[in-house]
Write a protein that binds this ligand. Structure first.
Ligand code: FES
Ligand SMILES: [Fe+2]
Length: 363
């Protein structure tokens, strides 16, 4: 068993950052997957993928990290299900491709399941004692929705509504059901760095004036707000000008402000970046201890706002972030570096994230 990581002081003025081995030790990395990722909520798809009764959609919960084969289905009673996609016989994957089905059939030896995952039939099993039992049905995977987005988890630490509450309350006024998936705004980025270094960077606006000259021209750095929650962090980008900002409803706590972006992050690896044109969901996938895939999944609802503001040049900002995070990965491998200190003013988000990681790891 890998050693635990040192306590991150609650008082940021006294605190030291995560030790460098957190970003480099493969065994510690595997522990993080089981202790943090397995207890979190993960983005797994949207309701358009299981729109009509009979529709099935196999996917993987957190590719590269949890790598859990799951299956979304909508049964004939119009109920949505999230199931383990692993056959209860000898473990083959049950559903290999999306489509419309009346039942599920494992093609290895012909076991069949209803679309709600319950066991239906199995050939050549006469004389098997105590069969079928409850454990012959496909296990149900905890899941929930926010707008049309589906989140699932192995063993989530809290109900989804509690996990996401601050975001649901703050941006729930948006017409989330009208958000449309955009292939053009969706893509993968490979980053040669630990997943948490990518998040460390995302969770502070401190680097914006240094690393993102273009973005810095649009955002009002002095009014870059941050809110810390039990399971997440909100960063609010305020625009310098009035163009490309949200038309906020009068009951929004931000009414009257020039908000260019709401950057929500939920522990440990999911970002919902809301811009006036829609949302870019970013899923940070830990492939190995020092390799990460960041998947951008774009949803648009107001095409007319696509070309301007903080959400316009996402690809450039992403490349600027990747380059600096990859250099940092090389740095944290150094024998001459272990830990640093935080800016009390500018690194509260990163500090909060490190405290959460420490809590999940050492619990
Ligand atoms: S593994 Fe599915 S029927 Fe045998
Ligand atoms: Fe950045």
């Amino acid at each position: 068993m890998a050693e635990s990581i040192p306590t991150i002081a609650a008082d940021i003025a006294k605190a030291w950052t995560l030790p460098s081995r957190f970003y480099t030790d493969p065994e510690l990395h595997r522990r993080v997957i089981e202790s943090a990722f397995a207890k979190s909520w993960q983005f797994v798809g949207d309701l358009d993928q299981v729109k009509v009764p009979g529709q099935v959609y196999p996917t993987t919960m957190l590719e590269g990290g949890l790598d859990e084969p799951i299956l979304l289905t909508r049964d004939m009673h119009d109920n949505l299900h999230c199931l383990s996609n692993v056959c209860t016989h000898r473990g083959n994957l049950v559903c290999e491709a999306g489509g419309n089905e009346r039942f599920l059939r494992c093609r290895y030896h012909g076991r069949r399941f209803n679309l709600d995952g319950s066991f239906l039939s199995m050939p050549e099993f006469d004389g098997v004692e105590g069969f079928p039992s409850a454990s012959d049905s496909l296990p149900r995977v905890p899941f929930g929705t926010f707008g049309k987005w589906i989140m699932a988890g192995v063993d989530p630490i809290a109900p989804l509504a509690d996990y996401l509450r601050p975001m649901i309350e703050r941006v729930g006024w948006l017409p989330l059901n009208q958000f449309t998936y955009s292939a053009q705004r969706s893509r993968d980025y490979l980053v040669q760095a630990n997943w948490a270094l990518y998040c460390d960077n995302y969770l502070e606006g401190f680097h914006i004036p240094f690393i993102h000259a273009g973005l810095n021209d649009l955002l009002d750095y002095e009014n870059y707000d941050l809110e810390l929650y039990e399971f997440g962090i909100l960063q609010i980008g305020t625009a310098k000008g009035a163009e490309a900002t949200f038309d906020l409803p009068s009951d929004s706590p931000d009414y009257g402000k020039s908000i260019a972006a709401y950057y929500y992050w939920f522990f440990p690896n999911t970002m919902f970046n809301f811009y006036p044109w829609g949302c870019s969901i970013n899923v940070v996938k830990p492939l190995t201890v020092d390799r990460t895939k960041v998947t951008f999944i774009g949803y648009v609802w107001d095409e007319s706002k696509l070309g301007s503001g903080a959400g316009a040049a996402l690809d450039r900002v992403e490349r600027e972030d990747e380059a600096i995070v990859e250099l940092t990965q090389r740095g944290v491998r150094s024998r001459f570096y272990d830990r640093g200190r935080y800016s009390v003013r500018r690194e509260n988000g990163t500090h909060h994230f490190h405290r959460m990681l420490e809590r999940f790891l050492n619990d």
